[in-house]
Design a protein around this ligand. Structure first.
Ligand code: ZN
Length: 671
């Protein structure tokens, strides 16, 4: 039997991939790559074809083999798969740092860069990024430090995975059985039905609630029972910490301590003052001060609105407004002011209709066609598969996995399954995974989305389009690869805007029973409530971004006490909502401790400025204007990482980005 992970002749055969396939497949590819790299560096006349092209191919193959493993570990987690996955992380890290520290290979790239060979701009960009990444992997370090740097990188990849696991396990371990319906007043039918089924499966009475995000969110927003809200809140904000119902069992505190210490050590070895500087070396923003200035400017612009919004909310409550009351009273105020609630809107957004309308929107904007199709294999019966075509034929495809279930990582994301690449056999077309955690069908109703969830889906679909519409054939700069991290959220946040427009809402809505369109008055109210509490929302995101940047920009590795103190300080400065002392937000901040957003959480706001400004070009013409859509596709989506983010933006907008559009769209300023 061949190892299905090594069969790259088509799409991954998810049903055939077993945990025991993972290590042999990864080892084999790494071994072959190492041998091939020895051959490459032995050449006397380095050029694009004998150095860069084969390196691009090797990276492409490795990422194709690893993509389904990482994906299955996130969406179909099991003990044995987790073990195999974790076994490979240090090996992959070791490999990538060894390649990054290979001086002969570095010299070969330098020689190609200096050679008179004619290279196109995308090829030049591949080399420029590679040379930068060699330096960031420590190619210039003395031998002993190289070893230490490599060990740090390996340990970090293990620790970051452990952070995610602790969080997942802590979330999965908690549940709350409620025998008495009167305790559940206010909760929507959908979440009640699911809890009823869950209790039945465990042969328990009443209702059994888990701590997945849709359930947590529904309780916080709708449960009249304040004690119940408190219980969920406490469980949620103490996950993976020393406090709360499972306090100490999956505590991330020591993991965070190690992560910060190692990140700082690695950055200093490379000559940076702090990890934030190291992180910014590959980003669009120039310096820590520039980012701080940017965040503080937005904080100043939104502070007064946030304070006003919180005061309004306080007026709704007799007692003191606590953290576990905010979502609940916000929903009540929203209902009162706009006569609209999430649950009233939900029947108008059945998933099938939303997806059809979303694909239609993309078709109109970019002149493409997206059709549902059958993949050769899927990892779960919920999974759907689509192909994206244009006049020239197939451009790429994507899997969609929408619903929350046990042992699936929370949140929503897009990940690449295959990146676009020219190989010896022709062009590999891009393939993406679009993953969400929506509430599944229940009580005889099809799956129905809140409008927030619709916006999330549009967001991830924006990433998907970025990945699929690329025209670049070099995998290190095709699609989302090689795009500066703080510009990656441009296409996703750009696409969110369409989910709020009167031109698009009729395309994505229709009552799940009658098929009736969203009533005109409701549509108008929905659009006007976009600006509801945007000040509070803005300062909350700024709090996360400033916290992340501050803990990574000290001249030493911060201790746990300093991290906690920093969070408090940042909150005092920008935040308006009350926060209890037992809140352990940092222990669940996986963006920053589990993965790629370290000293980069600000990217969301940074890219939101770009995306709002780009979207305003459509407001100036027509929201679904094909010509503007074509220019956006050609200047931003198709170029991937082959053009600097600022140059791509200017190519589309004709000037540098300005924050005005974001402040206007979110109602923080009038114009
Ligand atoms: Zn995103």
């Amino acid at each position: 039997m061949t190892n299905p992970l090594l069969d790259l002749s088509g799409l991954p055969r998810f049903q055939h991939i077993q945990p025991e396939h993972v290590e042999p497949a990864v080892d084999r590819v790494l071994d072959e790559n190492r041998r091939r790299i020895d051959e490459i560096t032995a050449q006397t006349q380095p050029n694009w074809e004998n150095v860069v092209a084969p390196m691009e191919q090797m990276e492409h193959r490795l990422s194709r083999v690893w993509a389904p493993v990482g994906h299955l570990n996130a969406v179909m987690n099991s003990d044995s798969l987790r073990e195999a996955y974790n076994e490979c992380l240090p090996r992959l890290s070791e490999y990538s740092t060894t390649v990054g520290q290979n001086e002969e290979l570095f010299r070969a790239y330098e020689a190609v860069a200096a050679s008179p060979q004619e290279l196109d701009p995308a090829q030049r960009k591949v080399i420029e990024h590679a040379l930068r990444d060699f330096r960031l992997a420590g190619v210039d370090l003395p031998p002993e430090q190289k070893l230490r740097f490599k060990a740090i990188m390996q340990e970090l990849s293990t620790l970051q995975a452990r952070f995610e696991e602790n969080l997942l396990d802590a979330t999965n371990a908690w549940s709350r059985q409620v025998p008495d319906k009167s305790e559940l007043a206010g909760l929507p039918e959908g979440v009640m039905d699911l809890a009823r089924v869950a209790a039945g499966e465990k042969k328990q009475d009443g209702w059994l609630f888990k701590l997945d995000f849709p359930t947590y969110h529904a309780v916080m927003t709708h449960a009249d029972n304040r004690a119940l809200r408190w219980e969920f809140y406490e469980a949620w904000v103490t996950r993976a910490s020393e406090l709360g119902p499972d306090g100490g069992r999956w505590d991330n505190t020591p993991v965070m301590d190690d992560i910060l210490r190692l990140r700082h050590e690695a950055a200093v070895m490379l000559g940076f003052d702090c990890f934030a500087q190291y992180s910014l070396a590959t980003k669009m923003a120039g310096s820590v001060d520039e980012v701080l200035g940017f965040l503080n400017k937005l904080a100043d612009a939104s502070h007064d609105k946030a304070v006003e919004e919180l005061d309004e909310l306080r007026k709704q409550v007799d007692a003191a407004l606590e953290a576990w009351d905010v979502a609940y009273y916000s929903e009540r105020l929203r209902k009162e002011r706009f006569d609209i609630s999430d649950e009233e809107l939900r029947p108008y957004f059945p998933v099938e209709r939303v997806i059809a309308g979303m694909l239609d929107t993309a078709s109109r904007l970019f002149g493409i066609e997206i059709r549902q199709s059958q993949p050769p294999d899927r990892w779960h019966p919920d999974v759907e598969y689509y192909e994206l075509h244009d006049q020239s034929g197939l451009r790429g495809s994507f899997y969609v996995d929408l619903y929350a279930r046990g042992r699936k990582r929370g949140g929503a994301w897009m990940d690449d399954c295959v990146g676009r690449a020219r190989t010896r056999h022709g062009i590999d077309l891009p393939v993406a995974f679009l993953v969400c955690n929506f509430m599944p069908a229940s009580g005889g109703r099809p799956p129905l989305l809140t409008h927030d969830e619709v916006v999330t889906l549009f967001h991830e679909f924006g990433h998907t389009l970025h990945h699929l519409l690329t025209r670049i054939d070099f995998p290190s700069v095709s699609g989302i690869n090689g795009v500066a991290w703080d510009a990656v959220e441009l296409p996703s946040q750009f696409f969110e805007n369409f989910a709020w427009r009167p031109e698009v809402l009729p395309l994505i809505s229709g009552h799940y029973e009658s098929g009736d369109p969203l009533p005109e008055a409701m549509l108008e109210r929905l659009i006007s409530c976009r600006k509801f509490q945007t000040g509070m929302h803005m300062v909350r995101q700024l709090e996360f971004a400033l916290f992340d940047l501050t803990i990574h920009s000290a001249d030493h590795a911060m201790s746990n006490e300093e991290v906690a103190e920093t969070l408090k300080k940042v909150r005092r400065k920008v935040s308006v909502v009350p926060c209890p002392d037992f809140n352990r937000f940092a222990n669940g901040f996986s963006h920053v401790f589990g993965g790629g957003y370290a000293a980069g959480y600000y990217s969301y706001k940074w890219a939101e400025v770009l995306s709002a400004d780009a979207f305003s070009a459509f407001e100036e013409t027509d929201i679904l204007d094909r010509e503007t859509g074509r220019r956006f596709m050609e200047s931003v989506l198709e170029v991937g990482g082959s053009v600097d983010a600022m140059d791509a933006f200017i190519a589309f907008r004709g000037r540098e980005p300005r924050p005005d559009a974001l402040l206007r769209l979110s109602g923080i300023t009038d114009q």
